[in-house]
Design a protein around this ligand. Structure first.
Ligand code: GLC
Ligand code: MG
Length: 547
């Protein structure tokens, strides 16, 4: 379906359908005041860098007041800025400057839970069993003769039971950390609070929203609560699960869409759901709901031609069926960086690899760079929207050897210190080869940065044609000049290990998973390989203009 031909005009309604969105994890991006924590003035000071990169929007992970039990996804006030990260005035200045640079701003909405320090939850604890203050959350009596066992077998995503007992003996549900009590979305005040929150940020000029754990708001809480042992591979994919991806959740997003459409241009939204991907996943992207849903299937793929081909084919077909905006993602703040991931041998258990401090199997940095660049160039050639995660443009590897006593992700503690969690992709960015915290800020950084950051800092890569940064810049600028419609067609190849697809406007992308060089059918516009010759080398992607 053709979309507006002028996607970078701020009044364009459908700008997001082919946007490149750059995810900023504010605590780790840039620190303006030397407290070791990245902040909003830090982000603002780097907007020229973001603009030069050539992205259309930034998505800011949570910067709201938070005790940081889950990196800011535990929020005490959804309509303010954490004092360590700045003020609302800093936020407004950031939005104004971003817009002046032609960059749109997307903020995170975290509706499944609050912090346990949120005034609602504190009031609920104080009011005691049976009080109406508890009805905004999911409080239940325990099971067993004396109520000393959790009410159900529900499991937390971060490990351990999804129930925590309070001092008065009741239990509350938390699908994530115990500091993140789940809200009860059947409560009208909960619904209203988030409608008001959307308006609060939209009125401040934000262009869109990323919806955290979008699939779990509507839960089946009829008594008796149903069992759900939370074994991902066995979750029902037909909307009958008591916790995830229920039909009723879509009514919530239809009511949100009515809010988004009060604005001109309408605000965009993208759903996050880690539920196993099925046809139902794409329903969140319907036009009367959120418009986009993250398709994580590329991110879940290994370095494998069949996996890439199959997930691209499926995503295009499923999105086409619902008319939603396509999305592609290789990295985020929740998964090991794709340069490391794609370099691991097929079948490697990434969690197990992390727990060996990334030593077994070893990641060869040159091979990792080759594959990461090729995968990225392929992603950026696909129709739809691409989400980049800060630092991937530098080709950063996962920092797999963070000392365990520095880890902050609740996953580490909640799995009994078995899994290391997600800190290795959240290490503060290197901006300069030298200086305290490699230019991240005037002093240290909240997570230790590896010495190797000196070789990959922004000031080392900028202007070096063979660098990862310059490849991203070139690709993003060229992408703006090439097709803006949603055309796509596979081109048959002689070797199943070579993928080739065509876009309208006479250009195409090839990706070589084989161990051999193959001929390139046309003039090369851009290559992922800094020493590109005439042919398409192994583990290389090229954009080609048809001869
Ligand atoms: C989402 C976020 C993740 C967070 C979780 C709970 O998956 O991306 O970082 O821990 O939700 O809010
Ligand atoms: Mg700071």
């Amino acid at each position: 379906m053709p979309v507006d031909a002028a996607p970078h005009d701020p009044t364009t309604r459908d700008w997001w359908r082919d946007a490149v969105v750059y995810q900023v994890y504010p605590r780790s991006f840039s620190d303006s005041d030397g407290d070791g924590i990245g902040d909003l003035p830090g982000v603002r000071s780097r907007l020229p860098y973001v603009a030069e990169l050539g992205v259309d929007a930034v998505w800011l992970s949570p910067f709201y007041p938070s005790p940081l039990a889950d990196g800011g996804y535990d929020i005490t006030d959804h309509r303010d800025v954490d004092p360590r990260l700045g003020t609302l005035a800093d936020f407004d200045a950031l939005v104004t400057d971003a817009h002046a640079h032609g960059i749109r701003v997307i903020v995170d909405v975290v509706p499944n839970h609050t912090s346990d320090q949120h005034p609602w939850f504190r009031a609920a604890l104080e009011a005691g069993p049976g009080a109406p203050e508890r009805d905004r959350y999911i409080f239940r009596r325990g099971s067993g003769p004396d109520g000393s066992l959790p009410p159900t077998d529900w499991r937390s995503h971060f490990g351990g039971p999804a129930w925590e007992r309070t001092q008065d003996g009741e239990w509350y549900c938390h699908l994530f950390a115990r500091e993140q009590p789940d809200l009860d979305w059947s409560h009208p005040e909960v619904r209203q609070y988030f409608l008001d929150t959307l308006r609060f940020w939209a009125d401040r000029g934000v262009d869109g929203f990323r919806i955290d754990v979008a699939h779990s708001l509507a839960k089946d809480l009829t008594e008796p609560l149903r069992s759900q042992p939370h074994l991902d591979s066995r979750l029902p994919l037909d909307g009958t699960d008591p916790l995830y991806d229920r039909e009723e959740v879509h009514e919530i997003y239809r009511s949100w869409r009515r809010v988004f459409d009060e604005y001109d241009p309408p605000r965009m939204a993208v759903a996050e759901t880690w539920h196993p991907t099925s046809s139902r996943t794409y329903l969140y992207a319907r036009n009367d709901e959120l418009g986009q849903v993250f398709d994580f299937s590329l991110l879940k793929s290994e370095w494998d031609a069949d996996q890439f081909r199959d997930v691209i084919t499926r995503s295009l077909a499923e999105h086409g069926a619902v008319g939603g905006g396509m999305t592609w993602v290789l990295s985020s703040h929740d998964v090991p960086r794709h340069a490391s991931r794609l370099a691991l041998p097929a079948g490697t258990d990434v969690d197990a690899w992390l727990s060996t401090d990334g030593l077994a199997p070893a990641v060869d940095p040159a091979g990792a760079a080759r594959r990461a660049r090729a995968a990225t160039l392929t992603m950026l050639a696909l129709p739809g929207s691409a989400y980049l995660y800060q630092g991937e443009e530098l080709g950063l590897l996962e920092v797999a050897d963070l000392p365990r006593d520095r880890l902050q992700d609740p996953v580490h503690e909640r799995t009994g210190r078995v899994l290391k969690g997600r800190d290795g992709c959240r290490v503060p960015l290197p901006w300069t080869a030298s200086g305290p915290s490699f230019g991240f800020g005037p002093d240290g950084a909240w997570l230790p940065q590896p010495a190797s950051f000196a070789d990959v800092a922004v000031d080392v890569q900028a202007g070096r044609p063979d660098s990862s940064l310059e490849l991203y810049r070139a690709a993003l600028h060229l992408r703006r000049k090439l097709a803006h419609d949603e055309s796509f067609a596979w081109v048959p190849t002689d070797d199943p290990l070579v993928l080739h697809f065509r876009r309208s406007g006479g250009w195409s992308c090839l990706l070589n998973f084989s161990a051999h060089e193959v001929a390139v059918p046309g003039r090369i516009l851009l290559s992922s390989n800094p020493s590109q010759g005439e042919g398409l080398a192994p583990e290389t992607a090229v954009w080609v203009e048809a001869a």
